[in-house]
Design a protein. Structure first.
Ligand code: PEP
Ligand code: MG
Length: 576
C-alpha cells in the first residue's frame, strides 16, 4: 500500500521516480588501545591513497564541467592531503599512544586545524576549512564509511534528506535528479529558492517520516500540492504521470508570453524580472521572457568557492550576466552571507540567532576589504551592461552612507587606474526590515532604488523564523502587518520619486499579484519559472480595481480575512 506524506510545496512540478536517501553517514572512531601499530599505519596510508584517487576523479570531473581554473582547487587539496608533517605526526601518535589510525588522525587534524586557524595570514587560515573537509574524507576512507555524492546520482533520483544546504543544491547532478523532499525547511529557505531557479520540483518540511524507506523505492512528488507518495500503486503512477504532462503542457503554453510586456487591461505596465543565483541561471531568465534581473544573489559565488573569489573572478561572473542581458537592468546584490548561508572558508561565529546576527552588509562593513573587492568588480562589469548595485539587510542610513563612501573610493581608484565603469551606476537597498519599511521616505532620499525582500521582511515583521517548519503556519506575508509594511515602503519610495520592485518570493505568488499591483509596485522579480504566470495575471487586471482591493484589504484584521478577500477578487478576475 502506498504511503502519503504532506509537506510544503516549494518548487512547482510533478515527478515520478526512485528514492535516493541522502544522509551523511556517521564516522565511528574506535578509541580502544591497539597492539598492532603496523596495521594501523597501513590503514592510515591506505585511507590516504583512496582519498587521493577520489580527489583526482573529482578534479577531472570538475575540469570537464567547469574548466581547469576551478579544477585546480583540488590540486591544493591533494597537496594538503599529502602533507608529510601531518602524516608523520599522526604516525607518531599511533606509535606512542597505541591508538587506532582514525583516532590518531582525528587528533592530529584537530591540532593542525587549530594551528592554521590561529595564523595571521587569511589564506592560511582558510586552509583550515579545506583540511577539515579533506580530513573527513580521509576518516571516511580509513573507517570504510560510505561517502554519498550528490554530484553523481542514479537516473531519475528523487532525493530525500533532512535538509539540503544551498551548496548541496548547487552540486546536484542535474541530469539525474528529478525532485527533492526535505524533512525540514520552508518555502523561502535558500534550498527552496535554489530549487525554483533550477526548476527542480521540491516539497519541504515534511517532518521525519522516512525510517522505513530505502534508496531505490518508487516515489511520486507532487510539488504543486506538497504531497509525497511512497510506494505508489499503478493507478497513482498513471494519475500523476498525467498530472505531470498537464503541468508541462501549461508551461509550454505560457511560453507564448515570452516576448510580451506585463501590461494591465487599463494600460499600466510593470517590470517582470527574474532572480538568479549564478550566471548559470541566465538560460532560464531568457527562456521565460524576464525583462531584467531584479536580484542576483552573489553569495553563491562566494559559497561555491574554496576562498574569497578574487576581483577578476567576480568581474567575469558579473560581466557575463550584464552582457547576456544586453542592456536590460541587472540588479546585483552584495554578498549576503550569514543566516542560513555559511562560508566554509570564513569562520562565522556560532550564534544563538544567526538571522539577527552578523550577516550580510554587517559582515561587509566590518570587513571593508571584502566589500571593496566586490564593488570594484561590479564597477568594472558595469562598463558591459546595465548594472545596479543593491545592499542587503539595511537597518540604518549610516550603513548606506558608509557603503556609498566605499563605492566612491572604488570609483576614484578606477578613474586613477584608467579603468572604464558606469559613472551613473545606481546604488539601491533592499527593504527587508521594519526599520527601513516604516521610514522608507527618509531612506529614499539617499538611495537610487528600493527592492522589497519579503522573505526577510515577513520574518522580521512577524518575528517568525522563515526556515522553521514548526511555525510555517505563522509565516504569512498576507498578515496585515506585512502588507502595511510593504505599502509603507512603496509609498515612501514614490514620495521621493524612486522606483521600487519586489524580489522576495511574495512577488512570484500568483495570488498576491493584484494586491501588489494595486499598491503601485513598479516591478516584480521572482524565480524565472514564475515570470510567465505573473505576466499573465497582470494582463487580466485593471489597476483601478486593484487599488480598490488594496483599500479594502488594509482595513481587514487578520491574514485569513485578507486571503479570503483576495481569493474572491482573484476568482472573478482570472480566467485560466
Ligand atoms: C528576501 O529576503 O526577500 C530576499 C530576496 O533575500 P534572501 O531571500 O536572499 O534573504
Ligand atoms: Mg533577504
Amino acid at each position: 500500500m502506498s504511503i502519503i506524506i504532506n509537506g510544503i510545496p516549494a518548487s512547482p512540478g510533478v515527478s515520478v521516480g526512485k528514492v535516493f536517501l541522502y544522509k551523511e553517514n556517521e564516522i565511528i572512531i574506535n578509541k580502544n588501545n591497539i597492539e598492532d601499530t603496523e596495521l594501523e599505519k597501513e590503514r592510515l596510508l591506505n585511507g590516504r591513497n583512496i582519498s587521493k584517487e577520489q580527489l583526482l576523479a573529482i578534479r577531472e570531473k570538475t575540469a570537464k564541467k567547469l574548466g581547469e581554473d576551478k579544477a585546480s582547487i583540488f590540486d591544493g587539496h591533494i597537496t594538503l592531503l599529502e602533507d608529510e608533517d601531518l602524516f608523520d605526526e599522526v604516525v607518531e601518535l599511533i606509535e606512542d599512544e597505541q591508538i587506532t589510525a582514525e583516532n590518531a588522525l582525528e587528533q592530529g587534524l584537530a591540532g593542525y586545524c587549530e594551528m592554521l586557524g590561529c595564523l595571521e595570514d587569511p589564506y592560511l587560515r582558510e586552509r583550515a576549512a579545506d583540511l577539515k573537509d579533506i580530513g573527513k574524507r580521509w576518516l571516511f576512507n580509513i573507517t570504510g564509511t560510505e561517502i554519498l555524492d550528490l554530484s553523481n546520482l542514479p537516473k531519475d533520483s528523487v532525493i530525500i534528506t533532512k535538509d539540503l544546504t544551498p551548496s548541496d543544491t548547487a552540486q546536484l547532478d542535474l541530469d539525474n535528479v528529478l525532485a527533492f523532499v526535505t524533512e525540514i525547511g520552508g518555502k523561502t529557505a535558500h534550498s527552496s529558492i535554489m530549487a525554483r531557479s533550477l526548476e527542480i520540483p521540491a516539497v519541504v518540511g515534511t517532518g521525519e517520516k522516512y525510517s522505513e524507506v530505502k534508496s531505490g523505492d518508487s516515489i511520486i512528488v507532487d510539488a504543486l500540492e506538497g504531497v509525497v507518495i511512497l510506494n505508489p500503486t499503478e493507478d497513482e503512477i498513471k494519475t500523476y504521470t498525467l498530472k505531470r504532462e498537464e503541468f508541462l503542457a501549461e508551461k509550454e503554453l505560457l511560453k507564448q508570453l515570452k516576448d510580451k510586456d506585463a501590461v494591465s487591461k487599463d494600460g499600466k505596465k510593470v517590470g517582470a524580472w527574474a532572480n538568479i543565483g549564478s550566471p548559470k541561471d541566465i538560460d532560464g531568465v531568457l527562456k521565460n521572457g524576464a525583462q531584467g534581473i531584479g536580484l542576483y544573489r552573489t553569495e553563491f559565488l562566494f559559497m561555491n568557492n574554496d576562498c574569497f573569489p578574487s576581483e577578476d573572478e567576480q568581474f567575469e561572473a558579473y560581466k557575463a550576466v550584464a552582457e547576456a542581458l544586453e542592456g536590460k537592468p541587472v540588479t546585483i546584490r552584495t554578498m549576503d552571507i550569514g543566516g542560513d548561508k555559511s562560508l566554509p572558508y570564513m569562520e562565522l561565529p556560532k550564534e544563538e540567532n544567526p538571522f539577527l546576527g552578523w550577516r550580510a552588509l554587517r559582515v561587509c562593513l566590518d570587513r571593508p576589504e571584502i566589500l571593496k573587492t566586490q564593488f570594484r568588480a561590479l564597477l568594472r562589469a558595469s562598463a558591459f551592461g546595465y548594472i545596479k548595485i543593491m545592499l542587503p539587510m539595511i537597518i540604518s542610513l549610516t550603513e548606506v552612507r558608509k557603503s556609498r563612501a566605499l563605492l566612491k573610493e572604488c570609483m576614484e581608484e578606477l578613474r586613477n587606474e584608467g579603468i572604464a565603469f558606469d559613472e551613473n551606476i545606481q546604488l539601491g537597498i533592499m527593504v527587508e526590515t521594519p526599520a527601513v519599511a516604516f521610514r522608507a521616505s527618509s531612506f529614499a532620499k539617499e538611495c537610487d532604488f528600493f527592492s522589497i525582500g519579503t522573505n526577510d521582511l515577513t520574518q522580521y515583521t512577524l518575528a517568525v523564523d522563515r526556515g522553521n517548519e514548526k511555525i510555517s503556519n505563522l509565516y504569512n506575508s498576507y498578515n496585515p502587518a506585512v502588507l502595511q509594511a510593504i505599502k509603507c515602503a512603496i509609498d515612501g519610495a514614490h514620495s521621493e520619486n524612486i522606483s521600487i520592485s519586489m524580489c522576495g518570493e511574495f512577488a512570484g505568488d500568483e495570488n498576491a499579484t493584484a494586491i501588489l499591483f494595486g499598491m503601485g509596485l513598479d516591478a516584480f522579480s521572482m524565480s524565472a519559472i514564475s515570470v510567465p504566470r505573473i505576466k499573465r495575471n497582470i494582463m487580466s487586471l485593471d489597476k483601478t480595481q486593484c487599488e480598490a482591493l488594496v483599500e479594502k484589504v488594509l482595513s481587514l484584521a487578520t491574514a485569513e480575512e485578507v486571503m479570503e478577500e483576495i481569493k474572491n477578487f482573484n476568482s472573478s478576475n482570472y480566467t485560466k
